[in-house]
Design a protein around this ligand. Structure first.
Ligand code: GRF
Length: 204
């Protein structure tokens, strides 16, 4: 069974999808703790309702990113997770943090990487005239939104789409994608012959 630590900053619908997949028996994992950098993240209530411990580490309490990253890493270490799951976690993690948990951090990005790294992906996909869009689960390396891809899910872009309709179509596929990708990557991690190599360089 995989031990997960989930990091959030907001709504937590992907956290909910992971909790639901575990509850259904589709993902063999346990969430040891949900950590948020924002005390008002609605996702914290989802965790509490599911009986999962929560922890708030406000980034504003630290003078710089390294201080926050260090406190976050120390807290995570105490749970000894197999994987750290970024689920709408809106802080960029520094190189020291990423190296410390090398190859054990996953992120979900609302675009078909390597297209549309960064923010505002749905507006940019519409402006670029894409006919297809989607979401990517990738391993976090030191370069933003750039680590090895674990799985992707695609959706069509419809002529009548606006940012909201496209975002909602992508989000609905994220909810199936993330638990499936966690299961796939977790299985690879526990099978040494196929253990994924990140090459040490890497993403967010
Ligand atoms: C999702 O769109 C995800 O792709 C991005 O942040 C959003 C998180 O949504 N990384 P939620 O908090 O899981 O509802």
């Amino acid at each position: 069974m995989l031990t997960l630590v989930v990091l959030i900053s907001g709504r937590g619908s992907n956290l909910q999808a992971i909790m639901d997949a575990i509850g259904r028996g589709d993902l063999c994992a346990r969430i040891a703790v949900v950590i948020s950098n924002r005390a008002d993240a609605p996702g914290l209530d989802r965790a509490r309702r599911g009986g999962i411990p929560t922890c708030v580490i406000p980034h504003g309490d630290f003078p710089d990113r390294d201080g926050f990253d260090h406190a976050l890493a120390e807290s995570i270490q105490g749970y000894d997770p197999d994987l750290i799951i970024l689920a709408g976690f809106m802080r960029i993690l520094g190189a020291g943090f990423v190296r410390r948990f090398d190859g054990r951090i996953l992120n979900i990005h609302p675009a078909l990487l390597p297209k549309f790294r960064g923010t505002d992906t749905h507006r940019r996909a519409l402006e670029a005239g894409e006919t297809e869009h989607g979401a990517t689960v990738h391993v976090v390396t030191e370069a933003l939104d750039d680590g090895p891809i674990v799985m992707q899910a695609r959706v069509p872009v419809l002529r009548e789409d606006d940012v909201e309709s496209l975002a909602s179509r992508v989000l609905s596929v994220e909810h199936g994608l993330y638990p499936a990708a966690i299961g796939k990557y977790g299985a690879e991690l526990s099978t040494p012959e196929t253990a994924p190599a990140t090459g040490g360089a890497g993403s967010r």
